[in-house]
Design a protein around this ligand. Structure first.
Ligand SMILES: C[S@@+](CC[C@H](N)C(=O)[O-])C[C@H]1O[C@@H](n2cnc3c(N)ncnc32)[C@H](O)[C@@H]1O
Length: 306
């Protein structure tokens, strides 16, 4: 766990600890809405996402009028974030499939929220560990039960707090095999964590993952790197999540992320990808989905051999 000291700034309270993550629910809304409102081929096809959407959002999705009020008026400026929810998941799962073809059998989703991979892809035969705050895990279990969905045998839930717990110990206690090459998906989470917890977690992953293990995660770009035309989007998004009790607190310069987040060089940087790259690869010329928010870059690291 990250070492705290008297001089270290305290992380602002994240209310997801007490009542489960609202931002994870928003991701489920984006995934469900993609299938309801957009054309094929889907960027990410998640038919289970709708089961993790609470009643208020369900009413919006069920009504074309309410949906238009939200998407075209109330949160119009934030709609590009909903596309980022899709592309980041697609990127992570594309990298995972490549790793699975190369023999990976353990898949760890860090800050998993309402991820549904274990239900969608039993064909890959992976053991899946979903790691998240206890309150988010409880909410996920509750919504699974309400939907009458069975938990796949391959799925293990790991209640865990990046700011307080020790990742290696928790994973091993849940049955993680540190002798196996593994894939870690940490999308959509680092911005809610302190810099200390992010660096500490990467150290723990390097220690618990066998050489050749991979991690993918996205990071919010530093204020100084945000072009003037995107500043309003950033400000709206930061205010929106802060109001929902999940403030974004860590940001990085893409030019330095591969070294700042890898100070001991234990990871090989496989990719450090811009939103423009994801736009080109996953969206092309399509206009049915909102334009991709240029807010995060994605790092793909592979554990070097000692
Ligand atoms: C926006 S959701 C991301 C969900 C999913 N990974 C994705 O890419 O869409 C952020 C997730 O991080 C989790 N989270 C936030 N702070 C955390 C912490 N300190 N420890 C563990 N999980 C945390 C939340 O509970 C939530 O499920």
């Amino acid at each position: 766990m990250p070492q705290a000291s008297a001089n270290m700034p305290q992380a602002p309270v994240n209310r997801a600890r007490a009542r489960g993550s609202r931002t994870a629910e928003l991701v489920a809304v984006s995934r469900a809405r993609h299938l309801l409102r957009h054309d094929r081929p889907y960027v990410l096809e998640d038919p289970y996402a709708i089961h993790f959407v609470g009643n208020r959002w369900r009413r919006v999705l069920d009504s074309l009028v309410l949906d238009a009020l939200f998407a075209k008026v109330l949160v119009r400026r934030l709609m590009p974030i909903t596309t980022q929810h899709l592309t980041r998941a697609r990127f992570a799962e594309d990298c995972l499939e490549e790793a699975a073809r190369n023999g990976v059998t353990q898949y760890v989703i860090l800050g998993s929220g309402f991820d549904t991979f274990a239900c969608r892809r039993p064909d890959l035969g992976l053991t899946v560990f979903e790691v998240d705050l206890a309150a988010t895990v409880d909410l996920k279990r509750e919504r699974l039960a309400n939907a009458g969905m069975a938990c796949p045998d391959s799925l293990r839930f790991v209640p865990f707090d990046f700011e307080k717990d020790e990742l290696g110990t928790k994973l091993l206690a849940a049955g993680f095999d540190s002798g196996k090459v593994s894939f870690f998906n940490w999308m959509g989470v680092t911005y809610y964590l302190t810099r200390g917890a992010i660096l500490d977690s990467l150290d723990r992953l390097a220690a618990v993952g066998a050489p050749g293990s991979e991690v993918v995660f996205d990071y919010l770009i530093a204020d100084a790197c945000v072009p003037p035309e995107d500043r309003a989007l950033f400000a709206s998004m930061m205010a929106f999540v802060e109001k929902r009790g999940e403030p974004m607190i860590s940001r990085f310069d893409p030019a330095e992320a591969g070294t700042v987040l890898n100070p001991r060089g234990v990871w090989e940087v496989v990719r450090n990808e811009s939103p423009a790259e994801h736009r080109r690869r996953y969206l092309g010329e399509r206009t049915d989905v909102p334009p991709l928010a240029p807010i995060t870059w994605s790092l793909h690291l592979r554990r070097r051999k000692p």
